[in-house]
Design a binder for this molecule. Sequence first.
Ligand SMILES: O=C(O)[C@H](O)[C@@H](O)[C@H](O)[C@H](O)COP(=O)(O)O
Length: 259
Amino acid sequence: MASAAPAAAASPPTPVVTVGADGGVVGDTLGTRVVAAAGVAVAARGVFRLAVSGGSLPKTLAAGLEGAKGQDMPWSKTIVYFADERVVPLTDDDSNYKLITETLLAGRDDLGVQVVALTEGLDPPAAAADYAAKLDGVDTNDAGVPVFDMILLGMGPDGHTASLFPDHPLLDVADAAVASIVDSPKPPPGRITLTLPVLNAGRNVLFVTTGGGRPPCCTRFFTYGNKDVLLPAARVRPATGVEWLVDAPAAAQLSSPFV
Ligand SMILES: O=C(O)[C@H](O)[C@@H](O)[C@H](O)[C@H](O)COP(=O)(O)O
């Protein structure tokens, strides 16, 4: 990836927040968004490159793609990547690869979905470099940044997204598509993550946040303390816009100007 391009002059669109009554409704909406983005990508480029996070997202997505919507998915033209991954064996309970095989991909072994998994046995920096090399087939923008058709993100209680944590130097990585962390505040400590330039280059970028328990983060969503330093999740503002799918308990904790 080339070094960072100058920041775009125009402000990105204000995030769109879509509130569902509960996790089931959020999952349904997510499924609809994913099928729509997949259809557009396959019609335009013959493939749908989808980057997913860990946490609760794979389960919500799996539920949203049950039934008819799942049948509308171009599974054989879908390539699943990881917005972040834990540097553990693929069979480890902490592995996001294991998580998606047990949720999103469960019962879909024969549909030809490709998954770009972490290479096992490498330390985090080597795993990040190796994973970056696996992005070779992904389109890039003028700045050489990989452009995914869709990136699905969650937000932790501290405002982290993917494995980009508040006040961490990884937030400033602008010359690599994939970075590593060895001191993740959320266990396990060793992880790889897509970097902010990649998250901000996605064609469709969605956050999915359900449940309460996030007031410290959400009340500080746009500013961090008194320093006007944005929390990691708030720094994901692609020029294509960003949508937040939240349930009612999460929405109740999001303060203006977020909603
Ligand atoms: O740890 C991971 O693998 C994640 O990608 C992480 O960034 C996650 O998305 C958030 O912590 C939200 O997690 P929840 O969906 O469980 O709230």
